[in-house]
Design a binder for this molecule. Structure first.
Ligand code: EPZ
Length: 417
């Protein structure tokens, strides 16, 4: 079982280019099923979740090549519409394949994705929307079968919550449905816009992505395309938090500043200097941080839930008290117990966590319990005195491409053993 060994209190300096977005790559990989043609994706991150998606695409009959950040997928040979349990378990967010499979083949079956570390992950919004578009869905002992033998029809879908995955599944299905689909209370995340850009370049007719109402005029058929995936705003947020925690000055290249609004304001409130020039953000931290008063996770453009754990780690040594309110997932404080082992002072009550800043953290043997929690422990370890050993890298590697290489190149002492 490999681990990261981190020797803390080394200031970070230098520059790094932020990897492609995991949460943009995954829905776009699913959407390649619609084309029956070859798509080439640039800036695709090399992650366990991407590998899981590739396994599903190959199982379904697609030809997939992936090397050096460029992924080519040809879904002409698609000849299955069932995703086996073993592949579903490997990739939590495989529900995103549902819409594409159903739209392209007229049927789709897979087991309920089930909960994961951070919460139950229901899919009611996905299933209700697909049935509004004409899908027939049966639950056969935990495996659900979806059929749309006469194809899917456009529908007006009002989401009770701006679910990212549900918005993505509907956009994917509606691209080749018969008629127009209007999604109200749609998710506005940048990954939604990137998926719409990919689909439109395949010949879809989607407007309003990134706003609350998305309109999709169904077309007969989509063709393949070339598409560059947007940078990962959560990895960028994590590197910012790492620099704030360890101290120093780091340039993040290849980012889209407008995607980072919610996080930049919290990092600046904590006393860091941030400057932006085109697609480069420079963050500098040269004194003890000041606790941000309240960090409330919200759907985009609010503060992103995925950045809550790394940013909490950054505030552990700050002066004052920070209040975190996790509004999106039910169980997203799994990193707190390990932060306490490192000397942090945090009290959790339901969706609220109160972080009382301490003077210093010390290294410890800790274990990650989820993806962003793993990132949180790395951020804390970089600002802790002494050595930290981090286990549970299978979570980290789902979303971060060679994070130890990135941090070492910036002067951090981070080794994978
Ligand atoms: C996406 O998950 C991301 N994953 C998550 O990132 C991210 O935290 C989340 O959006 C919110 O931004 C991918 O894009 C692969 P949701 P998703 O549907 O689509 C409830 C990471 O760390 N809900 O917006 O699953 C749900 O329980 C991951 O990279 C329903 O009730 O998020 C949750 O409380 C973690 N019914 C809330 O909505 C549904 O049918 C937000 O979920 C669907 C969701």
């Amino acid at each position: 079982m490999s681990r990261l060994v981190i020797d803390g209190m080394k200031r970070l300096r230098g520059e790094t280019t932020i990897q492609g977005s995991k949460n943009s790559a995954l829905p776009i990989l699913a959407a390649t099923l619609l084309c029956g043609d070859e798509s080439v994706l640039f800036n695709c991150p090399d992650l366990l979740d991407v590998a899981g998606s590739i396994n599903i695409l190959r199982y379904l009959g697609c030809d997939v090549d992936f090397s050096d950040g460029t992924l080519t997928c040809n879904s002409r040979g698609l000849d299955r519409s069932h995703i086996p349990d073993s592949l579903m378990r490997e990739m939590r967010s495989s529900i995103i394949f549902l819409g594409a499979l159903l739209a392209r083949t007229g049927s789709a079956s897979m087991c309920f994705p089930g909960g994961c570390e951070i919460g139950p992950r229901p899919i009611d919004l996905h299933l209700n929307a697909l049935s509004e578009m004409g899908a027939v869905i049966e639950n056969d002992h935990g495996v659900f079968q979806c059929h749309a033998p006469d194809g899917l029809n456009g529908a007006k879908i009002a989401l009770s919550f701006p679910s990212v995955g549900a918005t993505e599944n509907i956009m994917i299905c509606a691209s080749i449905a018969d008629g127009t689909t209007v999604i109200t209370n749609a998710a506005r995340e940048p990954e939604i816009c990137d998926l719409a850009d990919y689909l439109n370049s395949c010949g879809a007719r989607i407007s309003g992505a990134g706003e609350g109402t998305v309109v999709i005029d169904g077309v007969e058929k989509l063709h393949g395309t070339h598409h560059a995936i947007i940078p990962d705003r959560i990895v960028a947020s994590t590197v910012m938090a790492a620099c704030a925690s360890a101290g120093g000055k780091v340039c993040l290249n290849g980012i889209i500043p407008s995607h980072l609004g919610g996080v930049i304001s919290v990092v600046e409130e904590s006393g860091c200097d941030i400057s932006i020039e085109n697609n480069t953000l420079t963050v500098a931290s040269n004194k003890r941080l000041i606790a941000p008063r309240v960090v409330r996770t919200m759907p985009y453009p609010g503060f992103p839930t995925d950045a809550q754990a790394p940013i909490m780690a950054m505030t552990a040594k700050s002066k004052g008290t920070a209040l975190f309110i996790e509004n999106i997932f039910e169980n997203r404080y799994l990193h707190v117990s390990s932060l306490l082992r490192m000397g942090a002072n945090i009290k959790v009550e339901g969706k609220v966590a109160v972080v009382q800043g301490v003077e210093s953290l010390h290294g410890a043997e800790v274990e990650a319990m989820d993806l962003r929690g793993a990132a949180s422990l790395i951020v804390a370890a970089l600002g802790a005195e002494g050595e930290t050993t981090l286990a549970g890298l299978k979570y980290l590697d789902r979303g971060y491409e060679n994070i130890e290489v990135v941090l070492s190149s910036l002067g951090g002492e981070v080794k994978r053993v």
